[in-house]
Design a protein around this ligand. Structure first.
Ligand code: ADP
Length: 442
């Protein structure tokens, strides 16, 4: 599809908004609940679609569906709790209120790494709030989006409330621009790379749109000598190798304190050898699917070669495999000038850096323009609080590699984003607030 199709979808969404915004929160909640039930009833099929189009192991697809359906469920509940305020008035003749109302037609652009959950985390709250949606899923993974639409229709979501524009990579820029520049669209929500997020923010300036961005990360994963090493290794295995390393909150810079550096590397290498098996996502033994496309394989290989030529040592992996597979890779002696330290890796690469003091660890962790997720492993409770407060990231995992949940909030500081998804703040991006002053009272 192209920009003309996008214009038509925006028109449909605008017409549907006139009806949808008049529904009660309970009516919207009921439809979302039916959508949840249908997603659960069809979970196996949805998981197969996910694995087929994206490559992740079937068990991980089920995991993504549990997470993604969780957002529809959460926002079906939250829809009924959009409270306004009554402001105590300084004048007897005036009453003062704050109303919360749906912002209008929203435009969404989502990535391929979580083809289901990135949609429900945005469309769930938008629809719950009374907004309508024009969604452009990633070109590599359109089918999960279309399957969600099919089930939404069966759940009773009226036509025009959720519109999907599938398009090629070549048409992505024009579709994105049409969404951002449209005066009808009142809010843009994006998850993807930081450079594209910045383009959308600029393009949205001419109509002064509210923009929510979940851009890229460069997550530090700090393991102090006070850590339980087994817990820290388990944390890396989840944070780094889930989705074959293709998540924006994946550990990107694994920082390990000097005194435990060798012990930690040995323990991580052992677990990687035992637990990571690359292969077809439909094979129950596979834990590591293929990377999304040839471009992603090129990128990870370049990062590994760059590190190697600058003095890092490859302990495991480091080779491409047939298809879009890449061996789970462990490299040591990584330094701050290497590409793998400075760029988001998005692949199965554990790059391990050595640090000496707590001050150095904090400095290194925060010395980046990204601020999405950071992790710290220590059993010292004072150090836990100290580091959790000092890290300049929107999400901090303390002795935990998998912090994302529908009840929690998700979003970044610095160039990693604007706004928050999920949790009790997740509806706010889709609401406008209005001050009503009622005067002339006796
Ligand atoms: P990745 O490199 O991981 O694919 P992107 O940020 O390029 O990350 O992609 C995330 C989403 O943004 C996808 O849906 C993609 O089609 C879309 N996209 C890519 N380029 C643009 C653009 N110039 N304008 C709007 N959307 C874009």
């Amino acid at each position: 599809m192209n920009s003309g199709d996008t214009e038509r979808a925006i028109q449909c969404a605008a017409e549907a908004f006139e009806v949808w915004k008049e529904t009660t929160a309970k009516e919207r909640s009921n439809i979302l609940r039916r959508w949840v039930d249908l997603c659960n009833e069809n979970k196996e099929d949805l998981a197969k679609i996910l694995t087929l189009e994206m490559g992740k192991p079937l068990q991980e697809s089920i995991g993504e569906l549990n997470y993604g359906i969780g957002f529809l469920e959460w926002f079906a509940e939250e829809a009924r709790r959009v409270y306004g305020d009554i402001i105590p008035s300084p004048a007897k003749s005036k009453k003062m209120f704050v109303l919360k109302q749906p912002i209008g037609v929203t435009g969404m652009i989502t990535p391929w790494n979580f083809p289901h959950a990135m949609i429900t985390r945005k469309a769930g709250p938008a629809i719950a709030a009374g907004c309508t949606v024009v969604l452009k899923p990633a070109e590599d993974t359109p089918y999960s989006a279309l399957a969600l639409c099919e089930l939404a229709e069966k759940a009773g979501l009226p036509p025009g409330v959720l519109n999907v524009i599938t398009c090629s990579r070549d048409n992505s820029a024009e579709v994105g621009k049409t969404l951002c520049k449209s005066p009808t669209i009142k809010q843009i929500s994006f998850t993807g790379s930081t450079p594209v997020g910045k383009i959308l923010l600029e393009q949205s300036a001419s109509t002064v749109k509210k923009v929510s961005l979940e851009n890229g990360g460069n997550a530090p994963f700090i393991v102090f000598e006070t850590a339980d090493i087994d817990k820290a290794v388990t944390g890396v295995m989840g944070s780094k190798f889930r989705n074959t390393g293709q998540a924006c909150i994946c550990a990107n810079r694994i920082m390990v304190q000097d005194s435990i550096y060798e012990t930690f590397l040995d323990a991580l290498a052992k677990r990687m050898k035992q637990e990571l098996h690359i292969g077809d996502g439909f094979n129950p033994k596979s834990t590591q699917g293929p990377l999304i496309n040839a471009r992603a394989v090129e990128k990870i290989d370049h990062l590994v070669q760059d590190a190697k030529s600058n003095g890092a040592v490859i302990l495991l992996g480091g080779q491409r495999k047939e298809g879009n597979f890449y061996e789970p890779t462990l490299i040591r002696d990584v330094t701050t000038d290497m590409r793998c330290y400075n760029e988001e890796q998005f692949g199965p690469l554990a790059a391990v850096i050595r640090f000496k003091t707590e001050e150095e660890a904090i400095y290194l962790a925060n010395n980046t323009s990204s601020g999405l997720a950071g992790y710290v492993f220590t059993e010292n409770i004072s150090q836990m609080w100290r580091i959790a407060e000092k890290l300049e990231f929107g999400i901090v995992g303390v002795n935990e590699g998998l912090p994302a949940m529908p009840e929690a909030i998700f979003g970044g500081w610095k160039e990693s984003g604007l706004g928050r998804e999920g949790g009790k703040y997740g509806l706010e991006d889709y609401l406008e607030i209005k001050y009503v002053c009622m005067g002339g009272l006796e």
